[in-house]
Design a protein around this ligand. Structure first.
Ligand SMILES: Cc1ncc(COP(=O)(O)O)c(C=O)c1O
Length: 530
C-alpha cells in the first residue's frame, strides 16, 4: 500500500486547510479500503511498541497536519489490526461500508450531542424512525419500541437494570440492594461474558448468575432452565431475568426462544434476548424461525455494527414497555426539563448515557444506500460461503467441523490422523498462533466443554452454589443423561462475513486455497510448516 505524504502543507488549520486535507484524507481512505488486504491483518507489533514511539509530553506548539499524518502512517497504522480486511476471520466482524463511513464523517462534522429532543430534533426523530424500519425489516413485534445503544453489553446491562427495578418495584433505585439480595439471573453456559458483567455491575453479583446447561447443538436446555428456577424458588431466591441468546459467540447456537418465553411467562420473569450478532439475519425471512415466541420477550438487542454494514458503534435495543425503561433511568434536573417532553422521545432517559452520539444517521445512509434487497443478498452470500467452507472442511481429511453451522460461523479444528486427542488442543492453539503471525489470516480460538453420555445416577451441576440434591430422581436431572466432563476442545473459529464485494472474492479465493490440497499443502500455502 502506498505511503503517500500529504501534498498540502498548511501552518494553521483553518477552513481552507480543512477542506484540502479532508479531500486528501478521503482519497487515502478509499485507497486504504481498496488495498487493505495487502496489510498484515493482525497487527504484528509487540506490547509497548506503539506507546514507546509517542512522546512523553503533549506538544506545546501545534504541529502541521502533514507531520501528524506521517506519524499516523508510520506509528499508528502498523499497530492496527485491520477489521475491514477480507482476511479477517476472527471474532464476530465489525462490518463497515462506504455509506456508513460517509455518514460518520458528516456526524463528526455536525458534532452534535443528542441527549434530548431539543438538542438535536432530527437525530431523535431519525432514531425513532430507524428503529421502526429495523423492527419492520427484522419482523420484531410492532409494539416494541427501539433505541440505539452503544453496544450490546450496554443494552444487556440496561435490560438487567430494568428487570431489577421491575422486580423490586423500583425500590433498588431508591434504597439500594440491601433488601434484595436473592435476585437470580439465568443464561446458558454458552452465553457471552457481557451477561456476567451486567449482573456484576447491576449489583446482583456474579454468584447469582445461574448458567444453565445446553443440548447437543449448544442451545440452552429449557428443561434445565425450568429446573434451576424451581430449585431457586424452593430456597426463597427470586428469579428476575433470563437471557436467551440467538447466535452464541462460540458457535452461533440459537436458544429455543419460544419454550424459554413460556417458562418466563409462567414464572413472571423478564426475558431479554441477546441477538447481538445473529439479529441481522432476521432481515432474511427464512431466518425468522429464530424469533418464534419473541412476543414473550421484554427486551431484545442486536448489533447492526456487527453484520449490517454500519460502523461500530450501533446497537439496536428494543423493549416491550418503554415506560418501565424510562422509569428505571429517568432523572430530571432543572437544566434537562423541556416543554415538549410529552410529544417527543428524549433518549437520555432510555439508558445509562446522558450525552449521545448521532448514530441513526449511518443506519439511514446504509439502509437507503443498499436497500433491503441488496442487504439480503449480501447476507445470503455470507451464509452460502459459510456452508461452502463447512462442506470443504467436512470433505478435507485431517480437519473436523466442531459444531453445527446455522449461520456464518464455522468452528473447525485440525486433527491429523495419528495425533492423540490429548494433544489436539495444544496443536490447534499453536496452529492458530502461527497462522495469525503470518499476517495473512486472523482466526480466533474457542473452547467448549465436551458433553458425554453418562449413567443414570449422574448429578447435574448447574452452578457452584446449587446442586440438584437428589441424584436418584430422574425428574431432578431432567433425564438428559448428560454431564459436563472435565474436557475441553479448542477450536479455530472463523466468520464468513467480510464486508463488501471485493471481500467476497478474497474469501472465495481463500476457500479456493483448500481446493485439491491436502491439509499440509493448505498449511504450507498459509505460510505454515508443521
Ligand atoms: C452474543 C454476544 N452478545 C454480546 C456481545 C457484546 O457485544 P458488544 O461488543 O456490542 O458489547 C457479543 C460480542 O461479540 C456477542 O457475541
Amino acid at each position: 500500500m502506498s505511503m503517500k505524504k500529504l501534498k498540502i502543507k498548511y501552518i494553521t488549520m483553518d477552513s481552507q486547510a480543512f477542506r484540502s486535507y479532508a479531500h486528501e484524507f478521503v482519497d487515502w481512505m478509499a485507497d486504504y479500503l481498496e488495498q487493505v488486504e495487502k496489510l498484515p491483518v493482525k497487527a504484528q507489533v509487540e506490547p509497548g511498541e506503539i506507546y514507546r514511539q509517542i512522546p512523553e509530553k503533549a506538544p506545546l506548539k501545534g504541529e502541521s497536519m502533514a507531520e501528524i499524518f506521517i506519524d499516523f502512517m508510520n506509528i499508528i497504522l502498523p499497530g492496527m489490526t485491520h477489521w475491514q480486511s477480507p482476511n479477517f476471520f476472527a471474532y464476530f466482524p465489525a462490518n463497515s461500508s462506504y455509506p456508513s463511513v460517509l455518514a460518520e464523517m458528516l456526524t463528526a462534522a455536525l458534532g452534535a450531542q443528542c441527549m434530548k429532543w431539543e438538542t438535536s430534533p432530527a437525530a431523535a426523530e431519525l432514531e425513532e424512525k430507524m428503529m421502526e424500519w429495523l423492527k419492520d425489516m427484522t419482523g420484531l413485534p410492532k409494539h416494541f419500541q427501539g433505541v440505539i445503544q452503544d453496544s450490546a453489553s450496554t443494552a444487556t446491562l440496561v435490560a438487567i437494570l430494568n428487570a431489577r427495578e421491575k422486580h423490586s418495584e423500583y425500590q433498588v433505585n431508591e434504597k439500594g440492594m440491601k433488601w434484595f439480595d436473592s435476585f437470580r439471573v439465568y443464561c446458558s453456559t454458552e452465553t457471552h461474558s457481557s451477561i456476567e458483567k451486567a449482573v456484576k455491575v447491576a449489583g446482583i453479583g456474579s454468584q447469582n448468575l445461574v448458567k444453565v446447561g445446553v443440548d447437543d447443538r449448544f442451545s440452552l436446555d429449557p428443561g434445565q432452565l425450568k429446573q434451576a428456577i424451581e430449585a431457586d424458588l424452593k430456597v426463597g431466591n427470586k428469579p428476575i431475568c433470563v437471557v436467551a441468546t440467538l447466535g452464541t459467540t462460540g458457535v452461533t447456537a440459537i436458544d429455543p426462544l419460544s419454550e424459554i418465553a413460556k417458562i418466563c411467562s409462567r414464572y413472571g420473569i423478564w426475558l431479554h434476548v441477546d441477538a447481538a450478532f445473529a439479529g441481522s439475519a432476521l432481515i432474511l425471512p427464512e431466518f425468522r424461525w429464530m424469533i418464534e415466541g419473541v412476543e414473550g420477550a421484554d427486551s431484545f438487542v442486536f448489533n447492526p455494527h456487527k453484520w449490517l454494514f454500519t460502523n461500530f458503534d450501533c446497537s439496536a435495543y428494543f423493549v416491550k414497555d418503554e415506560t418501565a425503561l424510562i422509569r428505571t433511568f429517568e432523572i430530571l434536573p432543572e437544566y434537562l426539563k423541556t416543554t415538549e417532553a410529552e410529544r417527543v422521545n428524549n433518549y437520555r432517559d432510555w439508558g445509562v448515557q446522558l450525552g449521545r452520539r448521532f448514530r441513526a444517521l449511518k443506519l439511514w445512509f446504509v439502509i437507503r444506500s443498499y436497500g433491503i434487497t441488496e442487504l439480503q443478498k449480501k447476507l445470503r452470500e455470507h451464509l452460502r460461503m459459510a456452508q461452502e467452507l463447512a462442506g470443504r472442511i467436512r470433505e478435507t481429511a485431517g480437519f473436523q467441523l466442531m459444531a453445527p453451522v446455522p449461520l456464518n460461523l464455522v468452528c473447525f479444528r485440525y486433527a491429523p490422523e495419528g495425533v492423540p486427542e490429548t494433544s489436539l488442543n495444544t496443536l490447534n492453539m499453536e496452529l492458530m498462533e502461527r497462522l495469525n503471525r503470518t499476517g495473512k489470516i486472523y482466526l480466533t480460538q474457542y473452547e467448549f466443554i465436551e458433553k458425554q453420555q453418562v449413567t443414570e445416577d449422574t448429578v447435574v451441576v448447574f452452578d457452584e452454589a446449587h446442586y440438584i440434591k437428589n441424584p436418584g430422581d430422574r425428574s431432578a436431572r431432567g433425564g438428559w443423561g448428560q454431564k459436563y466432563a472435565d474436557r475441553a476442545h479448542a477450536v479455530l473459529f472463523s466468520t464468513a462475513t467480510p464486508g463488501d464485494q471485493a471481500h467476497h472474492l478474497m474469501y472465495a479465493r481463500r476457500i479456493g486455497l483448500m481446493e485439491g490440497m491436502d491439509e499440509s499443502q493448505w498449511l504450507t500455502s498459509m505460510g505454515m510448516v508443521l
